[in-house]
Design a protein around this ligand. Structure first.
Ligand code: MG
Length: 381
């Protein structure tokens, strides 16, 4: 049965893929990239995303985005753009749903703290960890570790990578050494991520009361859509005004990305899928939209990500991660048996540190807080 119909010549195809690390019989009722998506959804790391957050910690409110709802929003945005550009929706969905699997608890504060703890042991980077989750850490199949995903899905998950790390990764890191581009689907998932978080962080920022509508008016992109909403619906206010504004912003970003990318793809005169790798990045916003998005990002950094109430939580988060790491390194016997490395084996300190990082990175926000209490609070064992 032919599943991948109506794709552009420069779209990724299961049939032209570089395949899986361990050969498997072709699926009968779906494409290889659909199979990847299905494996990601059934993974343990995917379910953990429900209790991990980016800006707000999981217990702070029921309506804030979690990494799970964020990933679903990214997949939705990416798929709708992919269909417009006749790219492979299944691949773009698989990459989008997997892109945050390696994140630590407590978002960027957690990642920075763990990277700091790991500085003598090769560091910690959430992108690399996402790849590690799907390549090694998931225990789902009898024949191999990890999910054994397709090359293009793995490559899309590995959004950034240092040259030193790329050398260790083999084929999937090669493009960072050759300075070549990944598939258009990977490029698209990356920008869909940006569209999703810029907009939902405004929504969550307003919901939390850390941002106000008046304050947001200094962001041109927001102010323009907000004015349009007020003109179309006189008297509109509250949640409805916020949602109506944000949905227009998401739509404007999507339309801009489609238009600008289509123009670049046409100008590049791509004849085949392989041309994508040699070309400059082709999935892009217009210059004008990039300027507007930069202003919005600056605003969010100054007013939301560095808000003193957010700082208080991220400071606590850093302390939790650091103290957990130190306790486990000092006394590896506190770790669950699966994460203990025999002290007599070669390079055991490095390997133990990596296992501790895997254990901590896999924790949800609330699990990390509970584990911290279990280790450090005398009254509560
Ligand atoms: Mg993301």
């Amino acid at each position: 049965m032919e599943f991948e119909t109506n794709l552009a010549p420069y779209a990724a195809r299961s049939t032209a893929s570089r395949g899986r690390r361990f050969a498997e019989p072709a699926p009968a009722s779906r494409t290889e990239f659909q199979r990847d998506r299905d494996r990601i959804i059934h993974s343990t790391a995917f379910r953990r995303l429900e209790y991990k957050t980016q800006v707000f910690v999981n217990h702070e409110g029921d309506l804030f985005r979690t990494r799970l709802t964020h990933s679903i929003e990214v997949a939705q945005i990416a798929r709708s753009i992919a269909r417009n550009l006749r790219l492979n929706e299944d691949l773009v969905e698989a990459i989008s749903l997997a892109h945050d699997l390696g994140h630590t608890p407590f978002g960027h504060a957690g990642q920075e703290a763990l990277n700091d703890c790991m500085k003598d042991y090769g560091g910690f980077e959430h992108n690399l960890q996402s790849l590690r989750v799907v390549d090694e850490l998931e225990e789902h199949y009898g024949a191999f570790d990890g999910l054994n995903l397709m090359f293009e899905t793995r490559e899309g998950i590995l959004k950034h990578c240092s040259v030193a790390n790329a050398r260790k990764l083999g084929d999937v890191g090669q493009r960072f050494l050759d300075r070549k581009q990944p598939t258009l689907e990977a490029q698209l998932a990356n920008l869909a991520d940006e569209i999703a978080y810029n907009n939902h962080d405004i929504d969550d920022g307003l919901r939390s009361g850390l941002l106000t509508m008046a304050q947001l008016d200094e962001v041109d992109f927001y102010a323009r859509h907000r004015t349009e909403v007020a003109r179309n619906y006189p008297g509109i206010s509250g949640r409805r005004a916020i949602h109506e504004t944000i949905r227009r912003m998401i739509n404007a970003l999507i339309v801009d990305l489609i238009t600008a990318s289509r123009a670049r793809i046409d100008a590049a005169k791509l004849e085949s899928f392989d041309d994508v790798r040699e070309a400059p990045p082709l999935i892009t916003f217009s210059d004008e939209m990039n300027r507007e998005a930069a202003q919005l990002k600056r605003f969010l950094r100054q007013n939301l990500y560095q808000h003193y109430q957010v700082n208080r939580m991220t400071s606590k988060a850093r302390r939790i991660i650091r103290e957990l790491f130190e306790a486990f390194m000092l006394e590896p016997r506190l770790l669950p048996p699966d994460y203990q490395v025999a002290a007599s084996t070669e390079g055991s300190v490095h390997r133990q540190a990596r296992k501790v990082a895997d254990y901590i990175a896999g924790m949800t926000d609330r699990y990390a807080m509970r584990e911290h209490r279990r280790l450090f609070t005398v009254e509560e064992i």
